[in-house]
Design a protein around this ligand. Structure first.
Ligand SMILES: Cc1cc2nc3c(=O)[nH]c(=O)nc-3n(C[C@H](O)[C@H](O)[C@H](O)COP(=O)(O)OP(=O)(O)OC[C@H]3O[C@@H](n4cnc5c(N)ncnc54)[C@H](O)[C@@H]3O)c2cc1C
Length: 145
């Protein structure tokens, strides 16, 4: 039997998965379906720890991951990694998403929506800021730069 309501979460890191996890604590899967979209490979990772991984103080990237997609799924959260939300149709109560592996697109309806896509860091206008080898650090990646 389908759940009475569906919560859609965009963004699978701290804010998004905290919201999803708290919603699941409050309502079981019969009451609430939870679908979370994350365009990256990881969920619930420590962005704060990325510089320590880049620098080698943290040797294993997985040490930065507090909860994997599989662990979220085991708590009845339909977690879709490598899936980017490309459009929000507020009036229609649905989001359009693209599977970044296959390129396939689909719409998913929602009753409630959490947008937890983070922020874009400011790059100060310093000489050489766009030079080759200068990278911003924000989301976790599959390989150490
Ligand atoms: C290098 C660094 C060091 C930091 N150090 C500290 C610290 O010491 N102390 C502290 O308190 N905070 C620190 N922070 C800040 C902290 O990491 C952030 O406040 C926190 O990660 C914000 O969580 P968030 O879920 O709001 O956003 P994010 O962590 O940015 O997560 C947003 C997620 O949404 C996904 N996403 C974005 N758009 C889409 C889309 N259209 N479709 C699907 N998915 C999408 C992204 O891939 C990302 O995984 C640091 C951050 C960085 C980058």
């Amino acid at each position: 039997m389908a759940a009475a309501e569906r919560l859609v979460v965009i963004g699978g890191d701290a804010a998004g998965m905290s919201a999803a996890s708290q919603a699941r604590r409050l309502k079981g899967p019969d009451e609430l379906e939870i679908v979370a979209f994350e365009r990256g490979h990881f969920t619930s990772y420590s962005a704060c720890g990325i510089p320590y991984w880049v620098g080698g103080a943290v040797t294993e990237r997985d040490e930065l991951i507090a909860r994997t997609p599989e662990e979220h799924r085991a708590r009845d959260i339909d977690l879709r990694i490598r899936t980017e939300v490309t459009e929000i149709d507020v009036a229609g109560g649905r989001v359009r998403s693209r599977d970044l592996e296959s390129g396939g697109e689909s719409w998913t309806g929602f009753d409630k929506l959490v947008v937890a896509t983070g922020a874009r860091p400011v790059r100060p206008p310093l000489p050489g800021i766009d030079a080759p080898g200068m990278h911003g650090v924000q989301t976790s990646t599959t390989a150490r730069p």
